[in-house]
Design a binder for this molecule. Structure first.
Ligand code: ARG
Length: 442
């Protein structure tokens, strides 16, 4: 008998990816090799997940501990970028996808598989991240997205199909939420959360304590960084990976790290998403505070724009893009002196930076102080201001000579009516100018 073609499947152990195994066998007549990535997600044993993959019909199941690499090669870049999509979401899922894909592609090469399959729907960002990464790492591989393609209807139909195919389906009431989690945090969507007005129910959170139930005393923690990477907690040297785990506990138990947002997916829909990312948010906050102390102003300001572009690239599935690589080079360069310690105070849902220090500190007491040791040249400020404002002063003078009263210029309307009135006046004026210009032309 001729050997079957092989598919590598990104497997989680859940219903969707279990159905994928049977689906790939039945519809495509493929041998399925499941890959389970440990990226620090909550689980009750990945060996059981492997057993389920094999029981469901996978010919092989690889369980790969990706946590060290995730921290060292992925989260470290996210730290340097203070990565937050839309200034709020620390890219939890977006960061794990390219790493998982790397292992899928490796497995495809090891096993001589022609196909890679994933269990993402056709509505989310994750399908884009999986496929964009696969296409960049090995464009010769073919992608199968069973969940996007199948016509199994609703969840109940899918469960019926699964049962009929001997797949063990959850007997307990399935969670109404769609969850994805890893070391860097947890994403919760669907169910009642689809109403953006509905307050998130308490039961969606597992990494964070309700702030109202959090301890009545604050917790202080000192986070040390070496070239931008967390390297110690309270003076005790630890791996970045262990620090992430510890900060998830410390910040999470103080009720810090919850996010409730409406986010713009790449595929065009706005979706209501809830997250908890206690460690990530606390570490990014501490990292920013250390950058405030150690980065020269020009670099710090320029970096803000780079950070936003970096987050967008990664959110949009372009981890392996040349732009993202070039931005990483910039970011790495900025981190050389981001070494020092930040003191955080965690209390009932809040995380506050209450101290920072560094051998590379650019904070100069003699320049900053208002006391007698002040070294700042106050007189130099006068000439500085004259030159600083020179071009604008010339412009303003010109406007005044033309009789334009700068105070009359309404940049901001305080009511909607005023806004419309101001704008229609501007449009009318523009039209008049255009008409006049046409006349001149004619
Ligand atoms: N909206 C987030 C993102 O695009 C989280 C996605 C989580 N995935 C899931 N299957 N729940 O990164």
């Amino acid at each position: 008998m001729a050997q079957k073609e092989k598919a590598i499947l990104a497997y989680s152990g859940g219903l969707d990816t279990s159905v994928c195994i049977k689906w790939l066998q039945e519809k495509y007549d493929l041998d399925v090799i499941a890959v389970v990535g440990d990226v620090g997600q909550e689980h009750s044993g990945l060996e059981a997940v492997k057993a389920k993959a094999l029981a469901t019909g996978a010919v092989e199941c690889l369980v790969v501990d990706m946590r060290e690499t995730f921290a060292a090669e992925y989260l470290s870049c996210a730290m340097a970028a203070n990565a937050m999509y839309e200034n709020k979401y620390p890219l939890v899922s977006a960061l794990s996808r390219p790493l998982i894909v790397k292992h899928l592609v490796d497995a495809a090469h090891t096993y001589g598989a022609k196909y890679i399959a994933h269990g993402c729907t056709g509505k989310g960002n994750d399908q884009v991240r999986f496929e964009a990464s696969i296409l960049m790492l090995d464009p010769s591989l073919e992608i199968i997205a069973p969940v996007r393609d199948w016509d199994l209807g609703c969840r109940a139909d899918e469960m019926a199909w699964a049962e009929a195919h001997g797949i063990s389906v959850p007997t307990t009431q399935a969670s109404p939420y769609s969850i994805d989690d890893n070391l860097w945090g947890r994403a919760i969507e669907c169910g009642v959360l689809e109403d953006p007005w509905a307050e998130p129910p308490a039961d969606i959170y597992t990494m964070t304590t309700d702030p109202m139930q959090a301890p009545d005393e604050p917790t202080y923690v000192e986070v040390s960084f070496e070239a931008g990477i967390p390297c110690a907690l309270d003076g005790k040297a630890m791996s970045f990976l262990d620090i992430v785990y510890a900060m998830n506990d410390i910040a999470g138990s103080n009720g810090f790290g919850r996010i409730d947002m409406v986010e713009n997916r790449l595929v065009g829909v706005k979706s209501r998403e809830c997250y908890e990312a206690p460690g990530a948010l606390a570490l990014i906050q501490a990292h920013k505070a250390l950058e405030d102390l150690t980065l020269e102003r020009g670099v710090l300001h320029y970096k803000l724009g780079i950070e936003q572009t970096w987050a967008e690239q990664v959110y949009n599935g372009l981890w392996f893009s040349p732009l993202k690589e070039a931005l990483d080079a910039f970011l790495a360069n900025t981190q050389q002196c981001v070494t020092g310690t930040v003191k955080l105070k965690l209390y009932k849902g809040n995380c506050t930076v209450v101290g920072r220090k560094s051998d590379y500190s650019l904070y100069n007491y003699e320049l900053a102080t208002y006391d007698a040791t002040d070294q700042f040249d106050h007189q130099a400020a006068k000439g500085f201001i004259d030159l600083h404002v020179l071009t604008c002063k010339e412009w303003a003078k010109n406007r005044l000579d033309m009789g334009v009263d700068l105070h009359q210029f309404k940049a901001v309307a305080s009511t909607a009516d005023e806004f419309t009135a101001t704008n229609s006046a501007v449009v009318e004026e523009a039209e008049a100018v255009m008409k006049a210009a046409d006349k001149v032309k004619a």
